[in-house]
Design a binder for this molecule. Structure first.
Ligand SMILES: [Zn+2]
Length: 271
């Protein structure tokens, strides 16, 4: 699943190319009408968490890329980087063709469908947005999690806050010295707030970056633990470990020294 900053960057590029332009070409594979009509003007392109919404003709083209999808932008006549068979959405305007490849979610919504959409309606505050309500996200972290839910899993729950993907959840937990398996019920509200605030800061710092970076001052692309299984921790040189966590069984990386496991037995002892 891409991070929210990837979708925001895609939305920025698509907005620049499409917004205010009349549609010349509208092709959506396996999507029933109504579709935006050729000639309709693209009114807006927005990212909500990891959802991308293109508004035209009182309709919204909604895509969610999950693990496989991507939006590409081409000049008319330019050779596509992927097979046209994988194209799920093709939107052409004068001077540009936007193509969405392999997205598992492609649909067209009207205003009512948009307002009632089960995934879009439930999204938590978008951490890429500087106005994101961190208090609300913190409230949702505790309200929508059972006490034994691992924090590493909760951070990916887009109902709590949207935008955080695998890279930021791993690295923000490292920065806070928290084992990803730590139960949400063991965290203080202030810790939850700090984690979400830090994830938001990392997402926003990377909005304009070519390569995602979480280690400040380091070369572009430098991450603390994500994707570094077996490599020495940048703080203590302990090899970074990887495991699968949560319902989606996504790989999660952490440093067992800097992020020590919660010692439940010790914690449960009476004071
Ligand atoms: Zn370490």
């Amino acid at each position: 699943m891409p991070e929210g900053d990837t979708i925001h960057r895609a939305a920025d590029r698509l907005r620049t190319a499409l917004s205010g332009q009349p549609l010349r070409r509208v092709e959506l594979a396996r999507v029933a009408p109504p579709l935006p009509r050729p000639g309709a003007v693209v009114e807006a392109v927005e990212a909500r968490g990891k959802h991308l919404l293109i508004h035209a003709d009182d309709l919204v083209v909604h895509t969610h890329q999950r693990m496989t999808g991507s939006w590409h932008l081409y000049a008319p006549g330019q050779r596509w980087q992927k097979s046209s068979r994988a194209a799920r959405v093709v939107l052409g305007v004068p001077g540009a063709v936007a193509v969405c490849f392999s997205s598992p979610v492609v649909e067209v919504l009207d205003a009512r469908g948009l307002a009632r959409h089960p995934d879009l309606r439930r999204l938590g505050p978008d951490l890429c947005d500087p106005r994101a309500d961190l208090d609300l996200a913190t409230h949702r972290l505790f309200a929508l999690s059972t006490p034994d839910r691992p924090i590493g899993e909760a951070l990916l729950d887009q109902r709590i806050a949207c935008g955080v993907g695998n890279v930021y959840r791993c690295d923000v937990l490292f920065l806070h010295g928290l084992d990803p398996r730590t139960p949400v019920g063991d965290l203080e509200p202030a810790q939850g707030h700090a984690l979400l605030g830090h994830a938001a800061a990392l997402l926003r710092e990377n909005l304009d970056a070519q390569r995602r970076t979480t280690v400040s001052g380091a070369p572009p692309g430098t991450l603390w633990v994500h994707g570094r299984a077996g490599a020495p921790c940048r703080r203590c040189a302990t090899p970074v470990v990887v495991d699968r966590l949560g319902e989606q069984a996504r790989h999660i990386y952490w440093c067992p020294t800097c992020q020590p496991p919660v010692r439940r037995a010790e914690r449960d002892e009476p004071a």
